[in-house]
Design a protein around this ligand. Structure first.
Ligand code: PLP
Length: 430
């Protein structure tokens, strides 16, 4: 089927009539890589199929949630059973208690948790809580970390220390972001300077401890340790945004991996199992500042939705099966090793990294540790790789700046098929 007669093209043209850019979330639009987005009709295990009936091995996994593979029978059954009892009540359910108890048990820094419907809501509410609890306005974030699209978090990276950010998006008033300080990821002296000069006005530091929105970049253990010390010393709230890394890099998230206890944690993606559930939680003494017990307001018509909670709870049970993360990590490492070897054979500058079920692919000689280093990768070659793999039936994230996701359904045969395709594509783009 040619591009011209593809149903994807027809659907994309139609979508653009009624939806800005034809998509409901910008990265789906292939703006970075060019070409026509694929319109997905169904998904199962490690695969999805587009409107032309073409099958792809899927490495975005709905950008994280599909950790047990698409349409897992137990998740589907839980959703069907819950739906049969009604879709939404606007009154509490036992299911909400169960998933809260499960999250608190699995992530020890979380003593109390509030369910919301998106990662954006989780980080936005955590920020409000941090400001409400400290009575301070300033927040610290890091270049390249994405925390959803709340106004004060949509701030472009500043070029240097103490540069207050410019809004990344039109429509965000300067006044809203003047309290947002953007620092370099993994830069300890810069963080120390920021606290030394204005530590008693900083409400919180928010960080992706394993960053997944500037490709995959690990925080160094020293960076996070120092961050924890400074927050404690100056009375600022440390927020780990684990919307992506939670239940993805391991059962206890990045905080377990690094052995660092944040004050608040934002979760999403996996805890909804593909339906809209996210959460923020932390020390009870902080969480009790939330309405209705405390003065910090936050609410949601569909928060703790019974069908979504059923999908999330079932997914959280499945990831606790014996050896789940060992196998997931091994498969992800196998993929990265296979891609790296295939690139080497073809003489393409490439390296990769993986943490749990998350991976990064870099068209450069070294694994980056900052946003700047990641941006220096060979974007043009990535784009050719992306399209080559897409033609081969392998769907990677359509931008060099994104991490990839492996699910429990990506068995050896799927990984081998991917690597074989990569061998052909690397040879073509060398
Ligand atoms: N925080 C992180 C680390 C994310 O990766 C994302 C989404 O990709 C968000 C927050 C926002 O989550 P949502 O898209 O559910 O609003």
């Amino acid at each position: 089927m040619t591009e011209q007669t593809s149903k994807n093209d027809i659907l994309f043209a139609r979508a653009q009539q009624t939806t800005p850019g034809g998509v409901n979330s910008p990265v789906r639009a292939f703006r970075s890589v060019g070409g026509t987005p694929r319109f997905i009709t169904r998904a199962e295990g490690p695969y999805f199929w587009d409107a032309d009936g073409k099958r792809y091995i899927d490495y975005i996994g709905s950008w994280g949630p599909a950790i047990v593979g698409h349409a897992h029978p137990q998740v589907i059954k839980a959703v069907q059973d819950a739906a049969a009892n009604g879709l939404s009540f606007g009154a509490p359910t036992e299911g909400e208690i169960e998933i809260a108890e499960e999250i608190c048990r699995l992530v020890p820094s979380i003593e109390q948790v509030r369910l919301v419907s998106s990662g954006t809501e989780a980080t936005m509410s955590a920020l409000r809580l941090a400001r409400g609890a400290t009575g301070r306005d300033k927040i610290v974030k890091f270049e390249g970390c994405y925390h959803g699209h709340a106004d004060s978090l949509l701030v472009k990276a500043g070029s240097g220390l103490l540069t207050f950010g410019n809004p990344t998006s039109a429509g965000v008033p300067e006044d809203f972001v003047k309290h947002t300080l953007v620092l370099d990821y993994n830069n300890i002296p810069q963080l120390e300077d920021a606290f030394a000069s204005m530590g008693d006005t900083i409400a919180c530091v928010i960080v992706e401890a394993v960053a997944g929105n500037m490709n995959l970049i690990r925080a160094t253990p020293e960076f996070l340790r120092r961050m924890r010390e400074l927050c404690t010393e100056y009375g600022a709230v440390l927020i780990f945004d684990e919307v992506m890394s939670g239940f993805r890099v391991g059962l206890g998230g990045a905080q377990e991996l690094y052995g660092i206890t944040p004050d608040l944690t934002a979760l999403g993606k996996v805890i909804g199992g593909g339906l809209p559930v996210a959460a923020f939680g932390g020390r009870a003494e902080l969480m009790e500042k939330m309405a209705p017990v405390g003065p910090v307001y936050q609410a949601g018509t569909l928060s703790g939705n019974p069908v979504a909670v059923a999908a999330g709870m079932t997914t959280l049970k499945l990831v606790q099966e014996a050896g789940f993360y060992d196998k997931l990590s091994a498969q992800t490492a196998k993929l990265v090793a296979g891609l790296t070897a295939a690139a080497k054979e073809a003489g393409v500058a490439f390296c990769g990294d993986a943490v749990g079920g998350m991976f990064g692919m870099y068209f450069s000689h070294h694994i980056p540790s900052t946003y700047g280093q990641m941006m220096a990768g060979d974007k043009e070659r990535f784009n050719r790789f992306f399209h080559g793999m897409l033609d081969e039936g392998v769907y990677f994230a359509p931008a060099m700046f994104e991490a990839g996701f492996v699910s429990a359904a990506h068995d050896d045969a799927v990984i081998e098929e991917t690597v074989a395709a990569a061998r052909r594509v690397f040879a073509r783009i060398a």
